[in-house]
Design a protein around this ligand. Structure first.
Ligand SMILES: NC(=O)c1ccc[n+]([C@@H]2O[C@H](COP(=O)([O-])OP(=O)(O)OC[C@H]3O[C@@H](n4cnc5c(N)ncnc54)[C@H](O)[C@@H]3O)[C@@H](O)[C@H]2O)c1
Ligand SMILES: [Zn+2]
Length: 696
């Protein structure tokens, strides 16, 4: 292939992965593979500089700003770090530093490289005034409200001799425990789970709802300090100073003199880092003296005085002993690989310890779905490769085909029937997962439905969380949400159960004493006041998430109206498409669901909305914002507002950079008009507005 086209193709590919990673918080390939692509591009560009573009991904920070927050320029550019996966390149870096500093003595600071998102915080007179994402390096998203939810971040610093304005930077992250909790919750709600804590942190820091960000327990380690004057002389001094001022400095850093000591630090943390409560992906080496940092300077993308060493995800051979098929809450069937170490091929599986991988013993790995089994061409008895990187769940990356001939192997047979209830499995066109259609009797699906029902965003029955539902389900006391309303003190008092965690073997005992029972019953009673839109969501109708439920509840106002709505009536509601409409129709066609709704209604659960119905004319203005100013020929101001809203638009209170349209009538103030023009807001006349909504 000719190099120009190759450079072009590679750049486009990398741009795509960057966009997915920074904008959508999704990794489509592993970091290592991504970094190899970038390296390939860099090598090609070095060989053919005539084809190197100024906006090449090798020349700029990969991130982007989103349109969801105000955009803020950084006072000091926020760059990336050059990275490497091998020690020789680290030594080459040391040589470059030596040359750059002309024989001066120098020291390095080694730090752990935390895997989250970079954040920048500005303090004025000791008060935290702004928190920004790295964005594209020169501009970021203003997420001040979200960063204020970090408990370890001081909102105000009190100290002698504080610079009037300073900026600190750090890595915002989500600890493993919060990550696990969040993903469990996403699973209960039938939402997509995050692949790793980094993606979860990135997604959570960019939520519109700060209350939700707060709930996700994010944290941040601080590793950098910037001011206009020379407040500190070295990185070490700044770390110590920041710590004294109350900042959460990253633990584990060390000052060293030589590259050999750096490499020692790397080896030391290779295993130790896996026992940390958060994800790390390498270490960062920085020149200590600020003066020397300035001497060495920057490239377009990263400082010349620092480099990161990334640990390659450990990849080891293992034996695929068998495959289990797990049925999830939505009925989806997921194959799970049971693994053994290569020395454990013939050990009784109960006694197998598993492969030693990144500090833990691994006995299971997800195989995702039937297609993945075909793609890997994997057989029981095969020697496979297992990897564990940022993700918590290990994955199988391939098969050692050379080993296959040495041992007996047999194909993995995907079951045709549900392993939990025996019903024949189905697969929807265009979907990869097989599922059990027996949603009214299949045990994991029933239990999943109850867990969904009690969820905070649904009926908010938190007195029933953490294993209590499991107990009630196993004792046959609660098989559907309606059974909750038949519970009494007599039935509950004294119930007990020990729950064993399959992975860890730990036993947790749950018992219902007086106080617990009282709380449960009180919670259930209180759930009768939960608004209809939450109830509708709590039913767990496929594709009816919280937002869709809200729209349906506002439009139809009662469960009866939704139940009797035709397909056409359902799809007439803005944002309700055919897929949702069909799912609703099919839900209400199932007798068990009809009974459930009736029983809930009889129990006193809200099946009607007392809010005023929102008329909807169209969604022509969906996502558009308006400010109205002046007087109009055909409308009073309030009518105009209403007209915008029933067509899906939103009214803002003032002219800002975020505004889409200024609807300008007669006699409007020239200052407002001028401001709108300056900010590039589109100015509409009454006629133009009418044309937009399909009027005259
Ligand atoms: N898998 C994918 O699809 C995909 C796509 C794009 C990027 N990526 C990954 O992201 C990398 C690029 O991201 P990047 O530009 O943020 O680089 P990076 O994450 O490799 O390194 C720079 C970042 O490290 C962080 N950091 C953590 N601890 C630090 C410390 N102690 N001191 C200083 N900084 C510290 C900072 O946030 C800094 O911005 C790629 O090399 C790749 O690994 C992956
Ligand atoms: Zn089943």
């Amino acid at each position: 292939m000719d190099p120009e086209k190759q450079i072009d193709d590679l750049s486009r590919k990398i741009d795509h992965y960057n966009f997915r990673y920074y904008q959508d918080s999704v990794s489509e390939i592993s970091d290592y593979d991504f970094d190899q692509l970038l390296k390939q591009l860099k090598d090609l560009e070095d060989k053919h500089p005539e084809f190197k573009k100024s906006d090449s991904p090798t020349q700029r920070v990969g991130g982007t700003i989103t349109k969801n927050f105000a955009t803020v320029y950084h006072r000091y550019p926020m760059l990336s770090l050059d990275n490497t996966y091998n020690e020789q390149e680290l030594r080459n870096f040391d040589d470059r530093v030596k040359r750059g500093l002309d024989g001066e003595e120098y020291e390095y600071i080694c730090e752990l490289k935390f895997d989250g998102i970079s954040l920048s915080f500005t303090y004025e007179d000791g008060v935290l005034v702004r928190g920004i994402t790295r964005g594209d390096g020169s501009r970021g998203d203003d997420i001040t409200n979200n960063v204020k939810t970090i408990r370890s971040l001081p909102l105000r610093v009190k100290a002698e001799g504080l610079p009037p304005v300073f900026e600190i930077r750090g890595e915002g992250f989500m600890p493993y425990t919060s990550f696990q909790k969040l993903n469990d919750e996403m699973d209960t709600l039938g939402e997509n789970q995050y692949a790793n804590p980094r993606n979860a942190a990135s997604g959570s820091f960019k939520l519109q709802d700060s209350a939700e960000t707060a709930r996700r327990n994010l944290d941040c380690y601080i590793y950098s300090f910037l001011t206009d004057d020379n407040h500190f002389k070295s990185h070490e001094e700044s770390l110590l100073g920041l710590k004294k001022w109350g900042f959460n400095i990253s633990p584990g850093w060390r000052k060293v003199q030589t590259i050999d000591e750096v490499i020692e630090f790397i080896h030391e943390w290779e295993d130790k880092r896996v026992s940390l409560p958060l994800a790390t992906d390498g270490i960062v080496v920085k020149i200590n003296s600020f003066e020397q940092q300035r001497e060495l300077g920057f490239t377009a993308k990263s400082p010349r005085w620092a480099i990161s060493f990334k640990y390659k995800a450990e990849n080891k051979p293992a034996i695929l002993r068998s495959v289990n098929f797990q049925v999830g809450r939505t009925g989806a069937v997921t194959p799970v690989a049971n693994l053994a170490d290569v020395t454990e091929r013939d050990v009784d599986y109960k006694k197998v310890k598993g492969v030693h991988l990144s500090g833990t013993r691994v006995k299971r790995a997800t195989l995702h779905n039937a297609n993945e089994i075909l793609r890997l061409d994997i057989r029981i008895g095969d020697t496979v490769f297992v990897e564990k990187s940022g993700e918590i769940i290990p994955k199988i990356t391939g098969v050692d085909l050379e080993k296959r001939a040495e041992f007996m192997t047999q194909p993995v047979e995907f079951p045709t029937n549900c392993p939990e209830c025996g019903t024949a499995l189905l697969r929807n066109e265009g979907e990869v997962a097989f599922f059990c259609p027996n949603d009214s009797h299949c045990p994991p699906q029933l239990k999943g439905r109850i867990e969904h029902y009690i969820h905070r965003k649904a009926m908010n029955l938190d007195s029933l969380g953490e294993g209590k539902i499991e107990l009630l389900f196993d004792l046959d006391l609660v098989r559907t949400p309606a059974d909750l309303y038949d519970l009494t003190e007599e039935k509950l008092l004294g119930l007990e159960k020990s729950i064993v965690n399959e992975e860890t073997g730990k036993v947790k005992k749950i018992s219902f004493r007086e106080k617990t029972v009282e709380n449960i019953l009180k919670g259930i009673e209180l759930s009768k006041t939960v608004p209809f839109k939450n109830v509708l969501f709590a039913l767990g109708i496929r594709f009816v998430g919280a937002t869709v439920a809200e729209k349906l509840a506002a439009y139809f106002k009662s469960i009866e109206a939704i139940k009797s709505a035709t397909y056409d009536q359902l799809t007439a509601v803005p944002e309700i498409g055919g897929r949702i409409a069909m799912s609703i129709e099919s839900y209400f066609s199932v007798p068990e669901n009809q009974v459930l709704v009736e029983r809930l209604k009889t129990a006193g659960v809200q099946m009607e909305s007392d809010e005023k119905p929102v008329e909807v004319e169209s969604d022509l203005l969906e996502g558009k914002t308006f400010v109205i100013s002046g007087v109009f020929e055909n409308f009073e101001r309030d009518d105009l507002k209403n007209k915008i809203e029933v067509n899906g638009g939103r009214i803002l209170s003032g002219v800002s950079g975020k505004l889409n349209y200024l609807l300008a009538g007669a006699n409007m103030g020239p200052a407002k008009l001028e401001k709108a023009r300056k900010l590039g807001v589109t100015i509409l006349s009454e006629e133009e507005f009418l044309a937009m909504i399909g009027g005259e």
